[in-house]
Design a protein around this ligand. Structure first.
Ligand SMILES: C[S@@+](CC[C@H](N)C(=O)[O-])C[C@H]1O[C@@H](n2cnc3c(N)ncnc32)[C@H](O)[C@@H]1O
Length: 192
């Protein structure tokens, strides 16, 4: 999926303390569900560290950046800007359009925290609602990415991981990936 044009996620706003987990989860969700990088406000350094730590252990590639110029990131984006908001067009009505545009063009997905200024709505090429009900930036991002990639992100392979979870019906199995990327039984640890 990484030969496709870039998918970046911009976390618009961060209240230290109150938003720490949410901002971290925006980053982790962006990573797990197929985005190439997340851009966080510069007061979210702790979230950056956590997402980088997870990428170091569970694999990448995935980039994490801080910015002190959220509006400039949106204004200067060379591609399509999708702002996720409960007030937007229904995701099921625009997803096909967005997928087509993405075949040729990088996408910046903007998710808010506290109130998002109207300027963002105006600059966005698409304001998209994952339902028109209030919920969470993490939930909205997850559903949108899954629609964007049409589920392909679920089969993604991870590079340079120092551990890999082997899916099990019951219990936990974590292994060290072998040189060929395959797990070896000798490496297996239960309950890691
Ligand atoms: C807790 S909401 C607060 C939004 C705030 N009331 C405003 O007007 O911008 C935080 C973020 O979650 C996302 N969000 C919440 N509900 C959504 C929905 N139904 N569809 C898409 N995104 C949603 C948006 O990105 C929003 O900025």
């Amino acid at each position: 999926m990484h030969e496709e044009p870039e998918v970046a996620v911009l976390r618009y706003g961060h209240r230290p303390g109150r938003d720490d987990r949410m901002t971290t989860h925006v980053g982790l969700t962006a990573r797990a569900l197929g985005a190439d990088r997340v851009i966080l406000p510069d007061n979210a350094g702790q979230s950056k560290e956590t997402v980088e730590d997870i990428t170091g252990r569970f694999g990448g590639p995935f980039g994490v950046e801080l910015t002190d110029a959220l509006n400039a990131v949106i204004r200067n984006w060379e591609g399509v800007v999708v702002h996720l908001t409960m007030y937007g067009e229904r995701v099921q009505d625009v997803e096909e359009d967005v997928r087509e545009v993405h075949e040729e063009t990088p996408i910046l997905i903007v998710v808010g925290g506290e109130k998002v200024p109207f300027e963002v709505y105006e600059h966005a090429d698409y304001n998209v609602g994952v339902t028109n009900q209030p919920h969470s930036e993490v939930a909205g991002l997850a559903v949108f990415l899954d629609r964007l990639f049409d589920g392909r992100e679920l089969d993604r392979e991870w590079e340079n991981a120092d551990r890999k979870v082997i899916p099990k019906a019951t219990g936990k199995k974590v292994v060290e990936p072998g040189a060929d990327g395959e797990a070896s039984d000798a490496d297996a640890t239960e309950d890691a």
